[in-house]
Design a protein around this ligand. Structure first.
Ligand code: SF4
Length: 355
């Protein structure tokens, strides 16, 4: 089949095989790939709406025993620069975000073995009681697995208890590239690909919506990027529990791994192939935090229908050298000037009335 016919088929919603995905990724003209992804996006979401969420990320601790080589944020246990916020400090940050209209908070940090599950249960319960209109979209598979080790209980039990305490959904962080070869090099102590997928499956079975991410641009090949999408597509076929896919690129400055930053065209190519390959994911998010807001705007023509969040105070990517941030006005301005209508959504992609 020619590249043009493959693109036509994928733009109309036809499923790509692994080999076809790799072929399009490597061979398709960037403009034609983008046009097919945009056609697919408009087919899935015909209205000219682009959504975003008002949220914040609170990095409650930088202490971590996983030591990923691509991470400039963590500090090992007992390091003098290690910190863990008190519950009161986290609650102050939640208040700040809630006062600005946030409907979602991402409380995420390192895998800190000093913190047991009761620390999180107490915190989430306070957030839920004091800010009932703010959804706790928090932690990551790594933190869930870390808590299971600390407590000597299963990851399913960790998720059940946190859900009981108020955690509403599980972000797809920590996926990086779900290929063993890559993880051995960049995050050898992190959960294995099948464990990441297994915890996601458990969260979805417990009724928690989840997202899926991909951190690309470290040491993986193009084939491994498609392999990552392939295992996500398989789980989505089984559970339907992912709301969105969020590919973002690695920021190499200040990290032990180092390397080169991805280019703008690489970013757009990944977005476009994601939109075409992940035919069972409803939403593709423009992860403007690393490539910047202007690339985030271009992403709206390469398959994305969502601009992500306002991310009022993120530290992990910031510490690796990214300085991008955005207000609601910034995001709306980008969306409007791209010819779309900005609409605020919640964690579950319900569109909210304009305030
Ligand atoms: S990426 Fe997360 S798990 Fe890995 S070292 Fe950084 S904080 Fe720890």
């Amino acid at each position: 089949m020619s590249l043009a016919s493959l693109l036509d088929r994928a733009a109309a919603g036809g499923r790509l095989s692994f080999d076809e995905g790799v072929l399009l990724y490597n061979e398709a003209d960037i403009h034609e790939l983008g046009a097919a992804a945009h056609a697919r996006r408009m087919g899935m979401h015909p209205r000219d709406v682009v959504t975003y969420v008002v949220d914040t990320t609170i990095n409650y601790t930088n202490v971590c025993n996983v030591h990923c080589t691509f991470c400039a944020f963590f500090r090992p246990e007992h390091h003098k620069e290690g910190y863990t916020m008190s519950h009161d400090v986290v609650l102050e940050r939640v208040k700040y975000a809630a006062d600005q209209g946030a409907t979602q908070i991402m409380i995420q940090g390192g895998v800190n073995p000093e913190l047991g599950i009761e620390w999180f249960e107490t915190l989430f319960d306070r957030v839920r009681r004091e800010y009932p209109h703010v959804d706790i979209h928090s932690l990551s598979v790594s933190e869930i697995v870390g808590l299971a080790h600390v407590e000597g209980i299963s990851t399913r039990d960790v998720l059940s208890r946190l859900k009981e305490a108020g955690m509403r959904s599980l972000p797809g962080a920590g996926a990086e590239i779900l290929v063993e070869r890559v993880r051995k090099r960049i995050s050898a102590r992190k959960v294995k690909p099948h464990e990441w997928l297994g915890v996601m499956r458990e969260a979805q079975q417990l009724g928690m919506p989840t997202t899926a991410t991909m951190m690309f641009g470290s040491i993986e090949t193009h084939e491994e990027r498609i392999e990552h999408m392939h295992v996500l597509r398989e789980l989505q076929d089984e559970t339907g529990g992912f709301t969105a896919f969020i590919p973002w690129y690695y920021v190499p400055f200040k990290t032990p791994l180092r390397g080169k930053e991805s280019t703008g065209l690489e970013y757009l190519r990944v977005l476009a192939i994601s939109r075409l390959y992940l035919d069972n994911f409803a939403h593709l998010q423009a992860s403007w935090l690393t490539p910047g807001l202007k690339m985030g705007q271009l992403a709206l023509f390469y398959g994305c229908d969502d601009m992500g969040g306002t991310i009022l105070e993120e530290r992990v990517v910031h510490d690796a050298g990214s300085t991008n941030e955005a207000t609601r006005g910034d995001l709306e301005n980008l969306i409007v000037s791209a010819g779309f209508k900005p609409v605020v959504r919640d964690t579950y992609w319900n569109q909210l009335p304009t305030s």
